[in-house]
Design a binder for this molecule. Structure first.
Ligand code: ADE
Ligand code: ZN
Length: 352
């Protein structure tokens, strides 16, 4: 929602408000928050030998040419995650970092299959995720809803087995997601998994229109019946789809720094987020895999606004509010956070 009543504001004030306002992070892979320093610490703890001499040489390898070149490194990085303590340390480090960005609600993905393939099951990572989420709520006031995500490069049968394993932990999950290599793996491949997940009462989201065509966004909506689209930036190639997304107010969880690092767009100045917002779509800004893409949610917001002069106070307010509205949190919580957001903006407006 754009607020036309917002008085013009200096760029610096908008940047400050972006940072200090309450917001929801709706597209972050917990494995993508694994910082190089933690990779090395966990490798040491678990006796894993890494093919990099130090943190700096690992960071230098983060020069991606497309989604697959990133995924290869991302799955390799997961190998240091072995014990419940490792998963707790990962999640707790991320929650503390998110709270610094004034994130009040986070709905992180986790990829069970990338751990189960290494003999690490739900009984290892779920207790860690649950405990970290509890601590985040108690100590940081950060609300957490976990999304179990299935890997689209693997067969649907694998995803069905993953969902079956997840059922024991249903009370601690809010949704199902679909990620990994998009091209050649259309949403339709996972129709049965998503039907079962929806039967179980899970919310449904899917990555679509990141590298894949607009048809994958349609497939996610029509066949998987998702409530949000993760990325979705390629929808702008299809005017009829754009009209539908605007009419149905389907939230898009857009990740600007990710799109640049994975060469989906050439640079932030060229990102089509302003066009998506202008067309009336319910856009949110998120970080995807912040340890790999050079920034958490506030970095994504501030760097995008610095690169795009067309973005100002109305767009900033809209993105923040959309994030809260598009979350799967309880209506009462959302209303409270939106009131806090409005109080922040009201105070800023009346101060100057
Ligand atoms: N897994 C982690 N990050 C992803 C992305 N940006 N796209 C698809 N799968 C992912
Ligand atoms: Zn993602």
């Amino acid at each position: 929602m754009l607020r036309p009543d917002l008085a013009p504001m200096p760029e610096q004030r908008v940047a400050e408000l972006l940072c200090v306002s309450p917001k929801a992070e709706l597209h972050v892979h917990i494995e993508g928050t694994l910082e190089p320093e933690l990779i090395f610490a966990l490798a040491r703890r678990n006796g894993v030998t890494l093919p990099y001499a130090d943190v700096e040489s690992l960071r230098r390898a983060y020069a991606f040419t497309d989604l697959q070149s990133f995924l290869d490194l991302y799955y390799a990085g997961c190998d240091v995650l072995r014990t419940e303590q490792d998963f707790f340390d990962l999640a707790w480090a991320y929650f503390q970092r998110a709270a610094q960005d004034h994130v009040v609600r986070v709905e992180p993905f986790f990829d069970p299959q990338s751990h189960m393939a290494r003999g690490v099951g739900f009984e290892v990572f779920m207790p860690a995720f649950i405990q970290a989420a509890r601590r985040a709520q108690d100590e940081l006031g950060l609300s957490v809803g976990w999304i179990v995500s299935v890997l689209r490069h693997l067969p649907e049968e694998d995803a069905l087995q993953t969902l079956e394993a997840a059922e024991t932990w249903l009370d601690h999950l809010i949704g199902i997601g679909l990620d990994s290599s998009e091209r050649g793996n259309p949403p339709e491949k996972f129709a049965r998994v998503f039907a079962r997940a929806r039967q179980l009462g899970l919310h449904a989201v899917a990555h679509a229109g990141e590298e894949g065509p607009p048809a994958y966004v349609r497939g996610a909506l029509d066949v998987l019946h998702v409530e949000r689209i993760d990325h979705g930036v390629r929808a702008s190639e299809d005017p009829a789809l754009m009209q539908r997304l605007a009419r149905e107010q389907v939230p898009l969880t857009v990740c600007p720094l990710s799109n640049v690092r994975l060469c989906v767009v050439s640079d932030l100045a060229e990102h089509n987020l302003p066009q998506l917002l202008d067309a009336g779509l319910k856009v949110t800004v998120n970080s995807d895999d912040p340890a790999y893409f050079g920034g958490y949610v506030n970095d994504n917001l501030t760097q995008l606004f610095a690169a795009q002069p067309a973005l100002g106070a109305p767009q900033a307010y809209a993105l923040l509010r959309n994030s809260l509205e598009a979350s799967f949190a309880a209506d009462g919580d959302k209303a409270l956070w939106i009131a806090q957001l409005d109080a922040r903006w009201h105070a800023a407006g009346s101060a100057g």
